[in-house]
Design a protein around this ligand. Structure first.
Ligand code: SF4
Length: 74
């Protein structure tokens, strides 16, 4: 069963380069202010979501298991 994820994007540091959106477009979408939002945490595999988080140039993406609170990234 897929994990229930909680994804947070720190808008104080997101620079809106859309790397996360390119890697996991069903989860990350830029809003009108060119800030990434995690619109649907269950829409991509955990692998893709972690790849997006790893490739964020400013480490703005935080991922945890919503059920256990386990921190999955960073
Ligand atoms: S990759 Fe990071 S900096 Fe770029 S849009 Fe996504 S969250 Fe923002």
């Amino acid at each position: 069963m897929p994990r229930n994820l909680r994804i947070r994007v720190d808008h104080d540091v997101c620079v809106g380069n859309a790397m996360c959106e390119a890697i996991a477009p069903k989860v990350f979408q830029l809003n009108d202010n060119r800030q990434s939002e995690a619109v649907d945490p269950g829409a991509e595999t955990l692998e893709k979501i972690l790849e997006a988080a790893e490739n964020c140039p400013v480490s703005a993406i935080f991922v945890e298991d919503a059920d256990t609170g386990e921190q999955l990234f960073p």
